[in-house]
Design a protein around this ligand. Sequence first.
Ligand code: GLP
Length: 251
Amino acid sequence: MKLSIHPNYDAMSRAAAQCFAQQILKKPDSTLCLATGKTPLGLYQNLVDMFQKGIISFSKTRCFHLDEYLELSFDDPRGFFNTLNQVLFSKVDVQTDRLYRLFDTKRMIEEACLDYEQMIQQYEIDLLLLGIGVNGHIAFNEPGSSWESQTRLVSLSQTTRDRASAEFNPDPVPIQALTMGIKSILRAKKILVLSNGKEKAGIISESFFGPIDVQIPASILQLHPDVNLIVDEPAASVIQEKMEKHNAIKL
Ligand code: GLP
């Protein structure tokens, strides 16, 4: 794992955008997989800026996304695909037939997940972006998810639903979601993990510097051969405290 610590959110977002730009410049027809949540918004803004300046083009890329709430209408702006469309897809030159959407009605759910999984395997993700939930979830793979899991229907944990409640207020937060599985995520050739803020400091330390444990889904990333962990200083604070203690003991 490569770790880079940046002084603040903006610097972290620029570093992550550089990583995406390098990938797209090296391989214009890269397959990308994108995360939602607050963490990557700065990264997406940087990518839009780079596109507008003519530095990168998405015209040949394919884009998947990690996860999606169930029970939302097709055009609900709170849906993850629609969010990505609003902050990135609609602002760059990505071709709509190269966007892969994880969505379906309950009736067809198994087929939708299977199709999505097959597409992921067919196109092979070159670069996959992950945020981390405060409980260590990656995509919507909540604590206890099997390392062998593939794209599927899941129930959301209470922690995850509570954290999304402001966004959905006054509506209830969906109880279920569709998500790429842990195995689907680990198939990506390169994984970029992005995290900022003090509230993520504990889980970042546990995930990357603690034992691999199914109760901390992100900890399995320790076994992936090409992970780039990009964080800001507050998110790195627990790691840094541990390193300081370790060095003090050695002295
Ligand atoms: C959400 C999503 C994840 C996201 C994570 C972190 O619930 N399922 O894909 O990466 O939690 O979100 P945030 O960046 O807002 O902290």
